[in-house]
Design a binder for this molecule. Structure first.
Ligand code: GLU
Length: 448
């Protein structure tokens, strides 16, 4: 068996998109599975549209995901290779220089055309089986503008040959390119690689996938606080499965189980909710120390300072935050929704907000808070935990009316219509802060 060589061959005309990650991953997995070589080849023959910043973005994204290449090439560095093969075809008579319609007044343009034998090309695709094309209509297609300016198909074939690529795994938009590439291959005397074309990725409404479906560049997911594990798990299962309906699959399992046979023919569906769900799953596997730092990193500076000052409170709200988000970026929404600051800063509010809906009597509301204050004072600081707090207040709240007692308490602690229950809140805030906030609410209730 010859050594397995695969390649991921992005054109640097855009950022690394999540759909392309699947192509990179499958090439990577197949090479790793067989002790082969995984090549990264930047296909920048289109000089106008290729940009260094996109190449950098692709490299950055792949390395963040851990899809390390064994060899790296850039087509713009490889002019000599293409020239060598173009000359060979011309000498062999399978390509020729042709004079074309004038581009400028009176000046004929020259291009290099491939002498198409014009027959049926049949190739086997690992996903779709045999595919045949009649290449007659392609005519003698152009493969280079001149010896130093090869066109895309020619460069791909010359590279795959020269690099010893044994397996071509790419998106199914590559199918229609294959016959042309096989013709060039045959003229060069290159062996035919194994072809595997991956099913197209569609939005869940079966339309063309775009940003509005949540499909982003890999680096954007990173900024939004997604984890590489979740991204890889997610893309692996778009059009492939491990032979069952397992949804969480580790990298090691993928490496063991990946095979062409389990790639589906029909279009794969991109479901952003699935990615969020997976990311939430992987977030739970993170060590808690790192999680706290990730959350803090998303806080605005003043909040970060307060959280560091009240590190005990912060440690207690980490699980609440983790429960509410599926990616670290969503911490920003919690912050801007006002769901974090009140843990660190005493809230302010209108007096009316402290009243339970059927309570009109300020004095009675204050009496409830007085009573609550008194009872909470009896709990030693070290026992100031949710169960104990609840036990202490429950009978009173039940007899006096739970809403009438617990609403003002909860509001006093959070200053918000929605928040965790008051026992839990008091536990997080600690005895001192809890009593201080109740005291403040009592004053608000009776102030003129
Ligand atoms: N450079 C091509 C692209 O970015 C892929 C070529 C190939 O895989 O054969 O679409």
């Amino acid at each position: 068996m010859p050594k397995i060589v695969t390649r991921f061959a992005p054109s640097p005309t855009g950022v690394l998109h999540i759909g392309s990650v699947r192509t990179a991953l499958f090439n990577f997995l197949y090479a790793r599975q067989h002790g082969g070589t995984f090549i990264l080849r930047i296909e920048d023959t289109d000089k106008e549209r290729s940009k260094k910043e996109f190449e950098d973005n692709i490299l950055d994204g792949l390395s963040w995901l851990g899809l390390k290449h064994d060899e790296f090439f850039r087509q713009s560095d490889r002019g000599a290779v293409y020239r060598k093969y173009l000359e060979k075809l011309i000498i062999d008579g399978t390509a020729y220089v042709s004079k074309e319609e004038p581009v400028e007044e009176g000046k004929l343009a020259e291009v290099i055309r491939f002498k198409n034998p014009k027959g049926i090309v049949t190739f086997r695709d690992e996903v779709r089986g045999d595919i045949s094309f009649d290449t007659t209509e392609l005519g003698d297609f152009v493969i280079a503008k001149d010896l130093d300016t090869p066109l895309y198909h020619f460069a791909v074939v010359a590279d795959d040959f020269e690099m010893g690529v044994t397996h071509i795994i790419r998106g199914d938009d590559g199918i229609s390119n294959t016959p042309r590439q096989i013709l060039i291959q045959e003229a060069l005397g290159a062996p035919r690689p194994v072809y595997t074309h991956l099913p197209m990725i569609l939005a869940s409404d079966k339309s063309k996938l775009s940003k509005r479906h949540g499909a982003l560049a890999v680096t954007e997911y990173r900024e939004e606080g997604y984890l590489p594990e979740a991204i890889l798990n997610f893309v692996a299962l778009m059009g492939w499965n491990p032979g069952n309906d397992q949804e969480v699959i580790s990298f090691d399992e993928m490496l063991k189980l990946f095979s062409f046979e389990k790639i589906q023919k029909s279009g794969a569906v991109f479901n952003i909710d699935k990615l969020k769900w997976l990311n939430k799953h992987y977030l739970k596997t993170l060590p808690s120390k790192g999680v706290g730092e990730e959350i803090l990193a998303r806080f605005p500076e003043d909040l970060r300072k307060q959280a560091r000052e009240h590190s005990e409170v912060f440690a207690k709200i980490i699980p609440i935050i983790m429960d509410r988000i599926s990616a670290f970026g969503e911490v920003l929404e919690l912050v801007s929704g006002g769901e974090i600051a009140y843990f660190f800063v005493d809230p302010t509010y209108e007096r009316e907000a402290l009243l339970w809906k059927d309570e009109k009597n300020l004095v009675r509301a204050r009496e409830h808070l007085d009573k609550v204050y008194e009872m909470l004072q009896t709990i030693p600081s070290e026992d100031f935990v949710a169960v104990r707090i609840k036990d202490t207040l429950w009978d009173y709240a039940t007899s006096a009316g739970r809403g009438n007692v617990l609403w003002p308490l909860r509001y006093a602690l959070s200053g918000r219509d929605k928040s965790p229950d008051p026992f839990f809140l008091a536990d997080i805030l600690g005895k001192e802060t809890t009593l201080r906030r109740i005291e403040h609410a009592r004053r608000v209730l009776v102030s003129p």
